[in-house]
Ligand binder design. Structure first.
Ligand SMILES: Nc1ncnc2c1ncn2[C@@H]1O[C@H](COP(=O)(O)OP(=O)(O)OP(=O)(O)O)[C@@H](O)[C@H]1O
Ligand SMILES: [Mg+2]
Length: 247
């Protein structure tokens, strides 16, 4: 199972909207998906209540200690994707969700305040060695503001833009607000619209990133196990030589 968490200290940057959009984009791409709500504000639960279809379950988990065992149970049950929406700020639940995620998505509007607010989330992701990406959300269609924001995020992470910024950028469009109000995701509300296209594109980018991380982890495990085997053999050889010399 892949676990994605949406987190940033700044309120209103689009964590819940992106969580819903991505959940439905992934579901339409064939994944089984669960939305996990750790924000007592309840944006996802309220959205689910407005929804006539119960095809995507929203599961509230407000206690930090419950997050890891629940994710494990969901993984054991065969679920393919858990998307965790968190509250603004940096609560124990958010830290736990980041710690047990495969990818931490940090949404930011192209504003100085939003970009500054990503710092604490970034440091939690780094402290737990979790992969992360920024998502620029509510952007204008084009302009210098976007380039400045993207440049500032890359500088903050001290990495290339291509490595840290998820694509495509998500433009500010009414479809996002209208779909939320109607208990839908953008890909359901306006499936042929640009917002839906962008969210589907973002899901594809995330899926590729998750696969890359999973492959890297498998390779690291293989290298570690070969290295372990070599160390073990060397230790046995050394022990044999010591015995031979002693006798
Ligand atoms: N790309 C977008 N275009 C237009 N409106 C958007 C976009 N993304 C989010 N919004 C709107 O911005 C508002 C805040 O979004 P949202 O509730 O998803 O943010 P949040 O980060 O979850 O906020 P909070 O920190 O309060 O939980 C909502 O009204 C939402 O519909
Ligand atoms: Mg929210």
């Amino acid at each position: 199972m892949h676990t994605i968490v949406l987190a940033t200290q700044k309120g209103g940057s689009g964590k819940s909207t992106l969580a819903i959009g991505l959940a439905l984009a992934a579901k339409q791409a064939g994944f089984t998906v669960r939305l996990i709500e750790t924000d007592p504000q309840g944006t996802l639960s309220n959205w689910a209540r407005r929804r006539s279809n119960d095809d995507v379950v929203v599961e509230p988990i407000y206690h930090a200690a419950d997050i890891e065992p629940r994710l494990k149970m969901l993984a054991d049950s065969g679920l393919q994707l858990a998307i965790v929406d968190t509250a603004a700020g940096l609560s124990a639940a958010t830290t736990a969700a980041i710690r047990h995620s495969d990818l931490c998505l940090i949404p930011a509007r192209p504003s100085v305040a939003d970009i500054e607010a990503t710092v604490s989330t970034l440091s939690v992701a780094r402290a737990w060695k979790r992969p992360y990406s920024f998502v620029l959300n509510q952007t204008p269609i084009r302009g210098q503001r976007i380039d400045n924001a993207a440049g500032a995020l890359a500088e903050e992470a001290s990495l290339d833009l291509a490595e840290v910024l998820a694509r495509p950028l998500i433009v500010m469009r009414n479809d996002h607000q209208d779909s939320l109000a109607n208990g839908l995701a953008v890909s359901e509300f306006a499936p042929n619209g640009k917002s839906a296209d962008e969210i589907r594109g973002l899901w594809r980018w995330i899926e590729t990133r998750l696969e890359l991380e999973a492959t890297t982890n498998v390779l690291i495990d293989q290298v570690m196990s070969v290295a372990d085997g070599m160390l073990h053999a060397a230790a046995e050889l050394a022990a044999d030589e010591t015995t031979t010399l002693a006798s």
